[in-house]
Design a protein around this ligand. Sequence first.
Ligand code: A2P
Length: 270
Amino acid sequence: SNRTFTFHNGVNIPDIGFGTWQIPNEEAYKAVTTALESCYTHIDTALAYQNEENVGKAIQDSPISREKIFITSKLPAQIKGYDATVEAFDETISNLGVDYLDLYLIHAPWPWDDIGRDCTEGNIESWKAMEELYKEGKIRAIGVSNFAEKDIQALIDACEIVPMANQIPFYIGRDQNSLLQFCKQHNIVVEAYSPLATGQILDHSKIKEMATSYGVTPAQLCIRYCLERDTLPLPKSTNKERIIENSQLDFTISSEDVQKLATFEDVRAK
Ligand code: A2P
């Protein structure tokens, strides 16, 4: 699709992105090349994924020009502070072989080995560095990932620029209603990672049944659901047929069925 979401600074982002989490560097070249050949123009990576190098090579070797591709990367969750942020950003653009990023996110409010730790001061310092990189034109939009309302509010209170995006786990059964509402109030685009619950909801009999009624696959139903909830899906696959399948979303889910899907329980909450 050629549709976009628009950030509060007016920059457009293609409404479906190719996620590369858990795609090893050795497989990333082929997967991203396939995605770019299959009409994806939005690629999501992170320094922590350790695949930026081959994601970048695929982008460089693609016949599509740099300006027509939307690239997101992320500041590693454990890196907090002004100088460390600038350094990590430089490493990312050097890995990718580009001179600017379309979107740069703080990967998480806390390090992954210490989830929940209060890193407010560090996040504020990192955010100030990102604001500066944004003003210098090295990043077209800046945002956060895995941030709760209080984490975002802390940046809004202390800094100049309201985050433009928050990338969170979102799939049928994990609706995050209050966070979605908070983001909407502040004009923050919500990006949905793991829109297939990392593959775990595709065998759900009710999802299969509903997908059949629309003449689509369970994966397409799950990805389309994200759009129906105004979130930007980032599906991931290393398989060509599934990469293409996941981008074919030219149907809509009735509001009645969206309501039904919204009452599902979280398959991963165990
Ligand atoms: P594969 O790479 O073999 O296609 P998520 O995006 O929620 O993290 O889910 C990714 C997982 O779902 C991967 O294991 C991926 O496997 C699988 N997957 C992706 N697209 C599809 C699809 N269309 N049908 C079935 N499984 C899929």
